[in-house]
Design a protein around this ligand. Structure first.
Ligand code: PMP
Length: 289
């Protein structure tokens, strides 16, 4: 059975040993994931015949499953191999989002935790063009990132995202595209959908991973590429004020890789040369790896 919605882009999902086109129905009202949100996912990309760091995205979804009390049933290299099989179903032009997921069908004690033995896997691939590097605006969010004591921030889990969703909604209501979200101590963590960098006097800064935000695969890749290119990069605790006074701000994430931020609250910024350089380095690396 498919739950296709006309507006959905071309989609292929691998589940239980087969590929299915469209929004195939995989859970029901008794599924633990639908009831209590026990799902994890990862997001990789295919574009221009490359799928950068797909092995790391596959490995991370398995780590996320374990962190949420699920049992990963696939090896990371099997997930990556399946993704490459699936890419053949697309037109070879349009960028594809690569979303491996695990979820629980049943609960354990009192139905509350996941029963790991009921873990299921699917790999959902769908057309999703990348954002052009024209830039986006951010507003400082009144909502915060939780810490590991209050949410499973060590997993890329679906249950973390309603918080990110409300941050984006609040930012949109004030005319921004995305939100700059702080941690519980009031330091900058990330945007609601990506990691965030700033540049001051030629030095690149990004919030040091402190367990409350997703320390992304693209973040680490870009840090390494910039460093190898001779740019000074510093991971440290950063305040909103430092971001407000930055020469440049940009974000990284699998979705659109490196994209400049062109407004923070009431301050406009140029898409800067460091973001441009980081993006070029990423593309060069992606096509040579
Ligand atoms: N933070 C959040 C909240 C995200 O959703 C993403 C994208 N998945 C990222 C950061 C970037 O992580 P990655 O580079 O691993 O895609």
């Amino acid at each position: 059975m498919s739950l296709s919605v006309a507006a959905q882009s071309k989609t292929w999902t691998y589940v239980d040993g087969d590929w299915h086109e469209g929004n195939v129905a995989v859970i029901g009202p008794r599924s633990h994931a639908m009831w209590l949100g026990t799902s994890v996912f990862d997001g990789g990309r295919w574009f221009e015949n490359v799928s950068p760091d797909i092995d790391l995205h596959a490995a991370r979804v398995n780590a996320s499953a374990i962190a949420l009390g699920l049992h990963p049933t696939m090896k990371a290299d099997e997930i990556a191999g399946l993704a490459w099989d699936g890419f053949k179903k697309f037109d070879g032009q349009t960028a594809v989002y690569v979303r491996p997921m695990y979820w629980a069908e049943h609960g354990g004690y009192m139905g509350v935790p996941a029963d790991p033995a009921s873990s299921r896997f699917c790999l959902c691939l769908y057309e999703a063009p990348m954002m052009p590097p024209t830039g986006f605006s951010i507003g400082v969010s009144p909502f915060r990132r939780p810490s590991l004591e209050t949410m499973p921030t060590n997993a890329k889990a679906g249950c973390l995202y309603p918080n990110n969703g409300r941050a984006i909604l609040e930012a949109k209501m004030r005319g921004f595209d995305n939100a700059l979200v702080l941690d519980m101590l009031g330091n900058v963590a990330e945007t609601a959908s990506s990691n965030v960098f700033m540049v001051k006097d030629g030095v690149v800064y990004t919030p040091v991973a402190n367990g409350c935000f997703l320390s992304g695969i693209t973040r680490k890749r870009v840090l390494g590429l910039l460093e190898d290119a001779g740019v000074k990069v510093v991971e440290k605790t950063l305040s909103v004020r430092e971001f407000r006074e930055a020469d440049e701000i940009f974000s990284t994430g699998n979705h659109s890789k490196v994209v400049p931020v062109t407004r923070i609250e009431d301050r406009d910024l140029q898409p800067g040369p460091v973001a441009k350089k980081a993006r070029e380095l990423y593309w060069e690396w992606a096509h040579s790896a």
